[in-house]
Ligand binder design. Structure first.
Ligand code: PEP
Ligand code: MN
Length: 629
């Protein structure tokens, strides 16, 4: 069951609820969500829900209808992100794991790691204990292989994944491996699941070759129920009557699983097809269908591989596949995950420790594009989002310390700058920009569950939502368009109305946030619709290592060539200008002020330019030095 706790619950009340549940045989998991904190309680005993509901601090108790509890989306609405060293799997990124089927010689392992890293893989795979169908086939190189895998991973700065086949190997394997893989043949090896779950290492759980999705999720539930929080599901093909490929990739499992569970899902196109030529098309299809990553077999000389050579990619095939995935990612609103460069600042900034909860203010209702942007930017479960009704409230929340960060849209690729926010940036000199992210805007027509296109008579959205979906709306001339203050707010509105005749235009995240249903996705006329967001913080938290972008604002003296003098400072230092925009100054008609963004090779180079600008520009102000994601 799900126990929703009061927002400002007292610690002693929280502790009492936890103890009560544990005394009644429940395992309790605290989940800090965007809007509320909940306890997920699972156990074999049943209890009258009212006994929990009356405890102080409890808002309500909701039973979970699915047999898998901890794995279900009912328990946790947000996507789980599995952190593996510097790599994050789930939610908005496509992470590619690659390497040979089995760990082979040191020469092959170093060579493979070099190849797959150069092409963009973020994790190295290699089996050291191979569950082979034939007892006469190569069984793997055991602990020596794991040690080698670890050494190669460390050398290239890549986390490593390897299969565990027996509970007895756990203690030894955790010394070497970042992600343990549970293979298809062991998906229902419950003793293995219990031990691996209790250990807490991230796990790739492959789907059994004759397992239903429900059985697979029940296996994930074993891992979660025994303590693991970090489970990655892996679809690797199932056994069907078809013999043209080694297995049959169940591609529809991807969207099905995404709806049922918050856990990330990756695809193994190598074992799914068993044939090298089929691997890339199937891998691309998996990304298109929403997979959070891939695990692919690659070898410098596949014809010499000790196992699974026929399904293993040549280096150039893998390189080509990675380029194709990179091109495909924006179409499906994803980014290709990459390893941070040496010394590269991670998006969490300094002072944002693992396990620390930080809050981020955004404007709009739950599910708004700003909220999607902040989830992508922070890529962490430890971030909670605080909705605000006005942009100004976002600034105030950060300034007054109610949230650590705030996120704001500054510019849209189709409609241009959001001037209100540029003006607000000037009014809050104690805040700085510390990050930037662009997201693709995909609009959906959203209605109450059960409504069809034929039921719709009235559509609510922000005027920009209507303008950006003009072609689709033109196909439905009889619909009345009712303007609303924001897109996600219009979804909240139709949810309150509960009327089948009403629809809203917003992102499908907003549909999920308000229990509504996207009737048609991707209805925007122009797919090149991106919004650029910036992350704000109070000045004292603003210093990040290795910024690559700076934003400043200034005016120029009313003399010939004054703007040119400023540009010369930037040009002479070889800084790449990304944007220059003039804005009228409030109360001073015809005196423009300039907003300027530039790429900076280092903070020192920027500081030098800034000092020089101060001698030629007037009213020079720093908006921030930051990293672009
Ligand atoms: C593997 O990934 O090496 C493997 C054996 O996969 P599966 O368990 O899917 O057959
Ligand atoms: Mn293999």
């Amino acid at each position: 069951m799900i126990i929703v706790l009061e927002r400002q619950i007292r610690d002693d009340h929280k502790q009492r609820i936890r103890s009560f549940l544990e005394e009644h045989g429940f395992r309790v998991r605290e989940i800090v969500g965007e809007e509320e904190t909940i306890f997920g309680a699972v156990g074999h005993l049943t209890i009258d829900h009212r006994e929990v509901e009356v405890l102080p601090g409890v808002v309500r108790v909701i039973p979970i209808s699915k047999p898998f509890k901890l794995a279900s989306r009912e328990l946790k609405r947000e996507d789980t992100i599995v952190p593996v060293r510097d790599v994050k799997i789930g939610s908005g990124r496509v992470a590619v794991i690659a390497g040979p089927c089995s760990v082979e010689s040191s020469e092959v392992m170093y060579e493979t790691a070099e190849i797959v890293k150069r092409s963009g893989a973020v994790m190295l795979r290699g089996g050291a204990f191979k569950p082979r169908t034939s007892p006469y086939a190569f069984q793997g190189s055991g602990e020596a292989g794991l040690k080698l895998l670890r050494d190669v991973g460390d050398y290239y700065g890549m986390p490593v994944a390897s299969e565990i086949v027996s509970p007895e190997h756990y203690a030894m394997m955790r010394e070497y491996v970042d992600v343990l893989q549970i293979g298809t043949r062991n998906m229902q090896n419950y003793e293995l699941l219990k031990v691996v779950g209790a250990g807490g290492r991230p796990v790739i759980l492959k789907r059994g070759l004759a397992a239903t999705i429900q059985e697979w999720l029940m296996a994930a539930e074993y891992l979660l129920a025994h303590g693991s929080e970090h489970v990655i599901l892996c679809e690797r093909g199932i056994r069907t009557f078809e013999t043209s490929t080694r297995n049959t990739l169940d591609i529809s499992a991807i969207p099905v699983v995404k709806k049922l569970t918050h856990l990330p899902i990756i695809v193994d196109p190598s074992h799914a097809t068993g044939i090298r030529e089929k691997v890339s098309p199937v891998a691309l299809a998996s990304v298109a269908a929403g997979a959070d990553g891939l695990i692919v077999e690659v070898h410098p000389r596949p014809e010499q591989a000790l196992s699974d050579g026929p399904q293993t990619l040549f280096p150039d095939q893998f390189e080509r596949l990675m380029r194709d995935i990179e091109a495909l990612c924006p179409v499906v609103e994803k980014e290709l995950a990459r390893l941070p460069e040496k010394g590269e600042q991670r998006p969490q900034f300094s002072g944002f420790d693992a396990g620390e909860h930080v809050s981020v203010a955004f404007q709009g209702e739950p599910g708004a594009y700003s909220e999607i942007a902040l989830r992508r930017f922070f890529q962490s479960d430890a971030v909670s989002s605080q909705p605000c009704s006005e942009f100004r409230d976002v600034f105030d929340a950060v300034l007054e310390g109610r949230t650590r960060y705030g996120i704001l849209p500054l510019e849209n690729s189709l409609s241009g700058s959001i001037h209100e926010n540029y003006d607000l940036l000037l009014q809050y000199p104690d805040l700085r920009i510390v990050g930037e992210i662009k997201i693709r805007i995909i609009h959906s027509l959203i209605a109450v569950p059960g409504a069809g296109l034929g039921d719709i008579e009235r559509v609510y959205s922000h005027p920009q939502g209507f303008a950006q979906c003009a072609r689709f709306l033109g196909e439905h001339p009889n619909w009345q368009q009712v303007p609303f203050y924001d897109t996600a707010g219009s979804v909240a509105h139709i949810a309150r109305q509960g009327d089948k005749r009403c629809a809203a235009i917003a992102g499908s995240e907003a549909a999920r946030a308000h229990g509504m249903h996207p009737l048609k996705e991707g209805i925007e006329t122009n797919p090149q619709n991106y919004t650029r967001f910036v992350v704000l913080v109070r000045e004292e938290h603003a210093r990040i290592a290795d910024p690559d972008r700076a934003s400043i604002v200034f005016t120029t003296p009313d003399t010939p060539g004054s703007l040119f003098s400023c540009m010369r400072v930037i040009a002479e230092r070889n800084l790449n200008m990304k944007k220059l925009e003039s804005r009228p100054i409030l109360g001073k008609p015809w005196q423009p002020m300039f907003y300027l963004d530039m790429e900076i090779p280092s903070l020192a180079a920027f500081e030098d330019a800034y000092a020089a600008l101060a001698t030629v520009a007037e009213n020079l102000r720093l908006l921030g030095t930051y990293r672009v994601q």
